[in-house]
Design a binder for this molecule. Structure first.
Ligand code: NAD
Length: 359
């Protein structure tokens, strides 16, 4: 039976990078028998221009019916003055909410060939392969009550609430442990259990979940220490699981360890492993339409999709090897270019990955 992939390029460079990822999928279909069907849809600013909403009904329907979603990026200067309710980003947030994508996977991988791109010493980061699992639909970003109130003294006070129910902690914990089982079988749970009762419960539930995964080694770390360790010795980590806000901050920090935003994929999964896959970068309006964007983050997002949603681990490995091959061959888009390397366009990079797949 073939799997259905909803293909949503979005805006800006989204169109260009997703076209290259589709080339890779087409190659896996024609040459290696991957059984997938693809159907396209509009999201973000381009959807707003076409239909007055960043998340049209037919895109939502397509995304709900699909087994996985491949997304480019949304946003651009021309939509910045729109009412917040119809801005391109609402399309993305709407998809995450409607599909209940609570588990955000943000790998930070530094290919040895690109170790010089990091601001950290090459020996600290070369070969880095870490996965941050961030809770995406709960915690302080969503907790009630929230707002700004006026105190009796007349002074205003802002407040938010950090809340996690046991089932929310348990499901993100399971997500992290399941991923660790496909990796080096180590989970570091990051909290602030010495200060926040909510994360004391977080720690307790993680311990409980760990009992179902005897092969996985669980450790705990306070978030302040985790931030230090990420820049001191990031290779000590395999899978890191944490709350929405801590994950927001730590995953951007981890991404920057690699120094190359155009290389990093991401996934957001629901409870059944269905997911939306996208590069971590935005729509890069400054370089859109110039055929210079790096498509590798999007191509690696396809690899994650095959690994985590479609159970096609061998196909995912093929993509990872092909990307390694083109980097070994010295091909670089401008964002990762360095002296002595061959500068290539977005489409030439996609073609090179396809050629490497074909051997
Ligand atoms: P951005 O990630 O789009 O760009 C930041 C810088 O990185 C730019 O200089 C850009 O040229 C470069 N860059 C990004 N991706 C690249 C790639 N694949 N290859 C080469 N260079 C690349 O972030 P921004 O400039 O802050 O935001 C631009 C638009 O994207 C905004 O409208 C923002 O809201 C939106 N955005 C969308 C998403 C998303 O769709 N998930 C995420 C972040 C930002």
């Amino acid at each position: 039976m073939s799997n259905k992939i909803a293909v949503l390029p979005g805006d800006g460079i989204g169109q260009e990078i997703v076209a290259e990822a589709v080339k890779v999928l087409e190659c896996l279909k024609s040459d290696f028998g991957l059984a997938v069907e693809m159907e396209g849809g509009l999201v973000g600013g381009s959807a707003y221009d076409a239909s007055g909403t960043p998340l049209p009904e037919d895109t939502l329907k397509l995304s709900k019916e699909a087994d996985a979603i491949l997304l480019g990026a949304v946003g651009g200067y021309q939509w910045e003055s729109l009412d917040i309710a119809v801005r391109p980003e609402k399309g993305l947030l709407g998809l995450r909410a409607e599909l209940e994508l609570f588990s955000n996977l943000r790998p930070a991988i530094l290919y040895p060939q690109l170790a010089d791109a990091s601001t950290l010493k090459a020996e600290v980061v070369s070969g880095l392969d870490l996965m941050i699992v961030r809770e995406l639909t709960g915690g302080i970003y969503f907790g009630q009550p929230r707002g700004v109130r006026t105190l009796e003294s007349g002074e205003r006070q802002g407040y938010n609430t950090l809340v996690y129910a046991e089932h929310e902690i348990e499901r993100i914990g399971r997500s992290a442990f399941d991923i660790a089982m496909k990796r080096d079988k180590r989970v570091t749970s990051v909290d602030k259990a010495n200060v926040l009762e909510c994360t004391e419960l977080w720690r307790e539930v993680m311990e409980r979940v760990a009992k179902d995964y005897p092969e996985v080694k669980l450790s705990h770390m306070y978030v302040d220490n985790a931030a230090m360790q990420l820049v001191r010795a990031p290779k000590q980590f395999d899978v890191m699981v944490t709350t929405n806000m801590f994950g927001d901050i730590l995953s951007d920090c981890a991404a920057m360890l690699t120094g190359s935003i155009g290389m990093l994929p991401s996934a957001s999964l629901d409870a059944n492993g269905k997911g939306m896959y996208e590069p971590i970068h935005g729509s890069a309006p400054d370089i859109a339409g110039q055929n210079v964007a790096n498509p590798l983050a999007t191509i690696l997002s396809v690899s994650m999709m095959l690994r985590y949603s479609l159970d096609q681990v061998e196909m995912a490995d093929k993509i990872d090897q092909a990307v390694n091959q083109v980097l070994d061959n010295g091909l670089r888009t401008t964002d990762i270019h360095s002296e002595g390397m061959q500068a290539v366009s977005c489409s030439a990079m996609g073609d090179a990955v396809v050629a490497a797949l074909r051997g």
